[in-house]
Design a binder for this molecule. Structure first.
Ligand code: GTP
Ligand code: MG
Length: 196
């Protein structure tokens, strides 16, 4: 299901996981990799491909949510709100959301817009993990260095502790098992609690 309004998103009380980050960081590609389906979520070399809130129901008991990127179709710099309103509405209002994944390109230094988004999520007390993408583009030692640098930036800033993180490559299927296992564990807890 695709929507631009949170109110019209699926109503089933199933746990859901959202993928968010800058345009072109690889959100839709990661969803396809996790599902092992090449064309489930639409991808493109040009930023701004995903424009709506897209729900994919998995095994009839959880949802993956592909969101538009921020930092591309954003409102004028003078405006206070850097993130599209319906994205922030989604995060503020969606009660089914159990965990969000903020994607960052493992090749890049921490970017202001991502750090601001993480801070915003923290202020709203919305749980998230960081997913480093495109790991196939770097050598393992550089990946380690960049990831350590990223987490250091967070803990030397506003964060007492760095969030959980995953290193992935959609083209090489790297990080797939770890991520699916992580989601499965949360789903198990979710269904245990909701049975009580
Ligand atoms: P928007 O929908 O525009 O916000 O972008 P997105 O974050 O969904 O990115 P998308 O998945 O469409 O991928 C953007 C580009 O990056 C495409 O050309 C992908 O092929 C490429 N890409 C995504 N993941 C990887 C990866 O793990 N490795 C490599 N080498 N390229 C990737
Ligand atoms: Mg996309």
């Amino acid at each position: 299901m695709s929507n631009s309004e949170v109110a019209k998103c699926p109503t089933e009380p199933l746990p859901e996981y959202a993928f968010i980050g800058r345009s072109n960081v690889g959100k839709s590609s990661l969803i396809n990799m996790l599902m092992d389906r090449k064309h489930l979520a639409k991808t493109s070399g040009r930023p701004g491909k995903t424009q709506l809130i897209n729900h994919f129901r998995v095994n009839d008991n959880w949802f993956l949510v592909d969101l538009p990127g921020y930092g591309f179709a954003r409102v004028s710099k003078k405006e206070k709100h850097t993130f599209q309103k319906y994205i922030t509405n989604y995060f503020e209002q969606r009660t089914q959301l159990v965990c969000s994944f903020i994607l960052v390109d493992v090749r890049h230094e921490p970017q202001k817009i991502d750090l601001e988004f993480m801070q915003w999520m923290g202020e709203k007390e919305i749980p998230f993990c960081i997913i480093f993408t495109k790991a196939d583009k770097l050598k393992p030692n550089v990946i380690l260095k960049n990831v350590a640098n990223y987490l250091n930036t967070l803990t030397s800033g506003i964060w007492e502790e760095a969030p959980q993180h995953f290193v992935t490559s959609s083209s090489k299927f790297l990080g797939r098992d770890e991520l699916l296992k992580f989601i499965e564990q949360i789903n198990d807890q979710f269904f245990k609690i909701s049975k009580k």
